[in-house]
Structure formats: structure tokens, C-alpha cells
Design a protein around this ligand. Sequence first.
Ligand code: APR
Length: 229
Amino acid sequence: MKKKIIVLTGAGISAESGLQTFRGSNGLWNGYNIYEVASPQGWQKDPAMVLDFYNMRRREVAKAKPNLAHKVLVELEKKFEVIIITQNIDNLHEQAGSSHIIHLHGEIIKAQSTTNPELIYNIEFEDIEIGQTCELGSQLRPFIVWFGEAVPMIEKAVHKCADADILIVVGTSLQVYPAAGLIHEVPSVSKKYIIDPEAVHASPFKNIEYIKATATEGLPMLVNQLLHD
Ligand code: APR
């Protein structure tokens, strides 16, 4: 029976693929009002602005490629059951080849009906424009969980954490809930690692190993250690 590793990833793992993180020096949120571009209120007020914001981000993702960090997580599957729980909306874990990925905050390559949330369409890297509708005739929106919206995948993520042997947290400031709360959903006896060039405040954490490094420096070292332990 393979041991189970949960990998909780955030924007930092895609930083070295050229995608902006949200907080910190040149974070995306420094240039935008979150509630204008990433909330139901913003969508009601100015849907075209919201669509433009995600069209711009989708074009950035279209240019990005998985980096060494995404790739070494696939290597882990040789010896472990690996479940990636990501806050990222890019598809770099998919492009790298990970087998089990849970997107907590949605996926930039998909669009969603605004009347029936079950209607989800793969649009790859195409823009979404005002006037583009679902099969019921309602405006399409990005398949993204906005601030203030429910996180449908959190129950599944919590369930997957319940019997983890190892938790690896990489590239997240752990400031957004419920995602950040997952660090308390793994067994207290599980081995925990955080990889981040900055010290993140997961202080309530016990028996955690901080690896002060970027994802492409820290993850290959940790994966190598785990594969050869
Ligand atoms: N390698 C690893 N970590 C990095 C790197 C790197 N090269 N560069 C930056 N980081 C770290 C930062 O130090 C920070 O701790 O990545 C983290 C990025 O934090 P945020 O920008 O807050 O991104 P994230 O935690 O993913 O944000 C969570 O907030 O806005 C919402 O929905 C959005 O999913 C996002 C959520």
C-alpha cells in the first residue's frame, strides 16, 4: 500500500513559470481592486471588466509552461499516492502530468453558465466575451471561485486530507480560507513540509519542516529525499 502525500499548492509554484503571484512585491492584487474583478458584486457591476481581467490572465497562462517543481511532483507518483490540492487556476499541474488534481478556486481554461453552475465548458485559452452564452442562453462566466462564493471542492479536499501520511505546502501565503485551513485537516502525526522563499505564518503548525527556498530549488530536493528514504 503506497503512502499518501497531499500537496497544497498556491501561486508561488507557478511564479517560476512566469505567472504572477497575488501578494508580495509585484503581486496581482497590487494592481487591481479584488472586489471589482474577482467577486459576484464586481460581476454584477461590470461583467465586461471581469471578463477582460480573466481574458488577460488566460492569455498569460497560455504562454506558461510547467516548471521543474510541477514536474518533480509527477515523479513522486512512482512511490506515493499523490493528490495535488491547488488554489491555482492555471493548468500547469495537468500539463506536467499529475494524475490527481483538485482545483479549489476553479480553472481558467473553463467557462460556466450563469444560470446553471453545473454547465461547465472547456474553452482552453479562448477569451470569453459579453454575449457568449451557455446552451440555456445565459452569459458565460469564468469557471472561477470568486471572493464571497462557496468553494465546492473543499469537502472533497478535506476528505482527501484525513488519511494523509505527508503534507507538502508549496507556494502559498496561507492567507485565504478555507484553503489555508487544510493544513489542520491532515493527521497531526503526519509529516509536514512548507516550501517558500519567505517565512509564511503557519505558526499554529506543529512538527512542520520549513524549507526556505523557491519551488524549483526546494521541491526537487524534498522529492529526491522522499523517493530515496
Ligand atoms: N517558489 C515558491 N514560493 C514562492 C515563489 C517561488 N518561486 N515566489 C513566491 N512564493 C510564495 C510567496 O512567498 C507566497 O508565500 O508564494 C506565496 C504566494 O502567496 P499568494 O500570492 O498569496 O498566493 P496564494 O497563496 O496562492 O493565494 C491564495 O488568494 O487571491 C486568492 O484565489 C486567489 O488562489 C489565490 C488565493
